[in-house]
Design a protein around this ligand. Structure first.
Ligand code: SF4
Ligand code: SF4
Length: 497
């Protein structure tokens, strides 16, 4: 697909707060979903005739169902604390990409149709009708939000723009205006079990190839089991892990961990996807349908534990919602919380001295770590506060000699989005993705210059894919983004044949 030329951001030492450029990215909007994909998810195929009525009805439902949405609509004091906290505003200069600007697109309609002052004094309270122009603005700017929640960290009231953007996307889907990238992917995962549309024979073939590669490299028969009934662990991992670098090196790392720890494990061809794009479109029903595949696979295979691989938003869905969506998981071993993250498994094995490392194997690399938004701000890990920050760093420090964090205001709960999260990792949004990556790239550039960092590790498939592109765009090398479990796999001392 031909990509339109756009002004290339120049990396600065620190990200400046840009001067406003009204409507700077009003031309950006992802391709719309085709009728067949809309319908397969239970939505109208195209914009319905009485769309205003349907949209307002849906909005009313969501306001009742999610009290948080009403609180967010009512409680903003327009203080401005969030304005410069969004990477898309910093990268695009468009005021509608300020979190409060984005929220106000819905707030105006909310005030007009769901509040008395908005009905009687619309101009005084910024109330607006839901016109086609407003709907177009929603489509554009609610697809310029990666639902990263960074703004919520800085909002004194805790307003979460991610939830507003999810609600907006659900309302738009309900009138027949869905996003191609997300809805096609959900359709594929429903039909085949993964986002790539990789059928079982192709998956089995890929895993066999990986076994041969690892044996050739290490001389050890590390297995990549598929659909093994009675295995202890069901690994649910993003399908990107099955074939593309740097993802696949993470999968090799998990397999080596299981092998060295003597754990029996399996992948499932029925639930061969950790990602759950139902969350990105704000659809509880679609999120549930995808989550139920995992439950079904666990039941069919008779496993005792469910472990998730490196995928940021999948971990958010798993950690925050899986039990509600697809529980109870009372058929699993009660000693293991449901679900577990692969970092929890590896961390635990390190603490028990079951895994040992030759850190010098990673001496050619100086590492920094990118906290992925959905892990950092929408979940936890392990049984310690802030485990989602400390566990991955502990693993890096156990497997390498050279680690430097990026600046404090760009990591952990203040981490900057990669620029491609929230269902925006599509080439029709490449301009937004590259501009949105700017703050992270600037923070990375500083540790490269100050500490000679050579590689950035991550535990999210979307981040890794986005950085593979952004790195080339901003003058880094594609292979400077790596899976955290690549470091594990490369340094692990394998004692079991
Ligand atoms: S959730 Fe993230 S992308 Fe969305 S407005 Fe807030 S900071 Fe920006
Ligand atoms: S920080 Fe919160 S209250 Fe202040 S303008 Fe932003 S969303 Fe509104």
């Amino acid at each position: 697909m031909a990509v339109k030329e756009f002004e290339k951001p120049i990396l600065k030492e620190y990200t400046p707060i840009p001067e406003l450029v009204e409507e700077a990215t009003s031309h950006l909007a992802p391709f719309k979903s085709k009728e067949e994909f809309q319908k397969s998810l239970g939505y109208p195929g195209e914009l319905v005739e009485n769309w205003q009525e349907v949209a307002l009805g849906k909005m009313g439902d969501l306001l009742k169902k999610y009290r948080s949405l009403r609180v967010y609509m009512d409680s903003c004091i327009q203080c401005g604390a969030c304005t410069d906290k969004c990477h898309y505003y910093l990268g695009t200069k468009d005021p509608k990409n300020m979190p409060v600007g984005r929220q106000n697109l819905m707030r105006g309609v909310y005030r007009k149709h769901f509040t008395l002052p908005g009905k009687f004094f619309p101009k005084l309270v910024g109330a607006v009708d839901l016109t086609k122009e407003v709907l177009d603005d929603w489509y554009s700017y609610y697809h310029q939000c990666s639902q990263c929640r960074r703004c919520a960290v800085f909002c004194p009231i805790g307003i979460d723009t991610a939830e507003i953007s999810m609600a907006a996307r659900e309302i738009m889907d309900s009138v027949g205006v869905g996003q191609k990238y997300c809805n096609e992917i959900i359709g594929k995962a429903n039909k085949i079990g993964n986002n790539l549309g990789l059928p079982k024979p192709a998956l089995a073939d890929t895993l066999e190839g990986l076994e041969e590669d690892v044996e050739e490299e290490t001389g050890i028969d590390v297995k990549f089991p598929l659909d093994v009934k009675g295995a202890d662990v069901l690994l649910i991992t993003p399908s990107a892990d099955f074939f593309a670098e740097p993802h696949v090196d993470g999968l090799i790392g998990y397999a080596k961990v299981f092998h060295e720890a003597g754990m029996s494990w399996t992948l499932s061809s029925y639930a061969s996807e950790a990602a759950n794009f139902g969350m990105f479109i704000g659809s509880y029903d679609n999120m549930r349908k995808l989550a139920l595949r995992i439950r079904q696979a666990a039941l069919d295979l008779g496993v005792k534990r469910i472990v998730f691989g490196e995928c940021g938003h999948a971990w958010r869905v798993a950690y925050s919602f899986l039990n509600t969506l697809a529980g109870p998981f009372d058929f699993l071993d009660p000693r293991y919380p449901v679900p577990q993250h692969i970092c929890e498994v590896t961390h635990d094995l390190i603490n028990k001295n079951i895994l040992k490392f030759d850190k010098s194997a990673n001496d050619g690399k100086v590492i920094t770590f990118h906290d992925s938004c959905n892990v950092a701000r929408a979940s936890g890990m392990g049984d310690v506060m802030g485990g989602q920050f400390s566990l991955p760093r502990d693993i890096i420090k156990a497997t390498t000699n050279n680690f430097y964090d990026m600046d404090d205001d760009t990591i952990m709960e203040k981490t900057f989005c990669c620029g491609g999260g929230g269902g925006l990792l599509t080439d029709d949004l490449i301009e937004l993705r590259m501009k949105g990556a700017q703050p992270r790239m600037e923070a990375l550039k500083r540790v490269v210059e100050d500490h000679g960092v050579t590689h950035m590790a991550a535990i999210c498939a979307i981040c890794k894919s986005q950085f593979s592109k952004a790195f080339q765009y901003y003058g880094f090398e594609l292979d400077q983004i790596i899976s955290l479990h690549q470091l594990v796999g490369d340094a692990l001392i394998m004692t079991k044949k």
